[in-house]
Design a protein around this ligand. Structure first.
Ligand SMILES: [Zn+2]
Length: 256
């Protein structure tokens, strides 16, 4: 039996427990297959730790996060765009390791996942903070879940999320020199995510209740664009930031 069956089963399971939409399950199976092809079982285990911990955390403290669901663009089951935004470049890194025979591409794989994981942990744990986060550059408190805002708890979760993947990667690939490096790349990815989110991500205001939101409609009425670009949503921001940070990691490794 080959390892390729594992991502298939996980995708099916994710679909059955409604963590993934049908397209999300399809994308998960593809990303998983690419990682198995490129890096085998160790790569697959890193990927499972990423998706597994995110799914667990999203269920944790749900009641407290209900207010956040009103603000963020998507909640509940992950679709293909979300899966590819978080796993696409990691999958490319894994495949490039195999195709080019250059193991430095593992930095694209681990760095991208560390960044996505840091960001996911921050967005799942941060809203549990008892105080509202502070908007970067404006130094005022904004509702939990607002893109570009940070809290102490969220920042700690960012570092822990990056270090978690760095630890798993170092253990599974027996590359301890990578631990601090991958942690740093993951934190950089999450910082870029916060900055890109604040600078470019579309943000709307509800015409009924006046709340800021990422949703295109609220109370059944279309919302109005108040900030950012209509074309840039959360998935685009996640993908760009974790990929750029991981490519910087790859470049630094090459120039070292
Ligand atoms: Zn509203």
């Amino acid at each position: 039996m080959s390892y390729y069956v594992i991502p298939l089963l996980l995708a099916l399971f994710g679909y059955l427990i409604r963590s993934l939409t049908f397209s999300g399950a399809l994308a998960t199976a593809c990303v998983g297959a690419g990682v198995v092809y490129g890096l085998g079982l160790p790569g697959l285990l890193v990927l499972i730790l990423f998706f597994g911990s995110s799914s667990l955390l999203s269920r944790f403290g749900k009641a407290k996060k209900r207010g956040v669901d009103e603000i963020i663009e998507k909640e509940g089951a992950r679709d293909a765009m979300q899966v590819l935004a978080n796993g696409g470049s990691a999958c490319a890194g894994a495949v490039l390791c195999k195709v080019t025979g250059d193991t430095d591409w593992i930095l694209l794989f681990l760095g991208a996942i560390a960044g996505s994981n840091a960001d996911t942990w921050a967005s799942e744990i941060g809203p549990l903070s008892t105080r509202d986060p502070v908007m970067i550059g404006e130094w005022r408190r904004v509702p939990a879940g607002t893109s570009g805002a940070v809290s102490l708890l969220g920042t700690a979760a960012t570092a822990a999320g990056a270090a978690f993947i760095a630890l798993a990667g170092s253990l599974l690939f027996d590359e301890w020199r990578l631990f601090l490096f991958i942690t740093a790349v993951g934190i950089l990815g999450s910082l870029l995510d916060t900055w890109f989110g604040k600078r470019f991500q579309r943000r709307y205001r509800c015409v009924v209740c006046g709340r800021g939101t990422e949703k295109k409609a609220h109370h059944g009425k279309p919302t109005e664009l108040i900030e950012g670009s209509r074309l840039i949503g959360n998935d685009a921001v996640n993908f760009t930031s974790s990929t750029i940070a991981a490519m910087i990691g790859f470049a630094v490794q090459k120039l070292w």
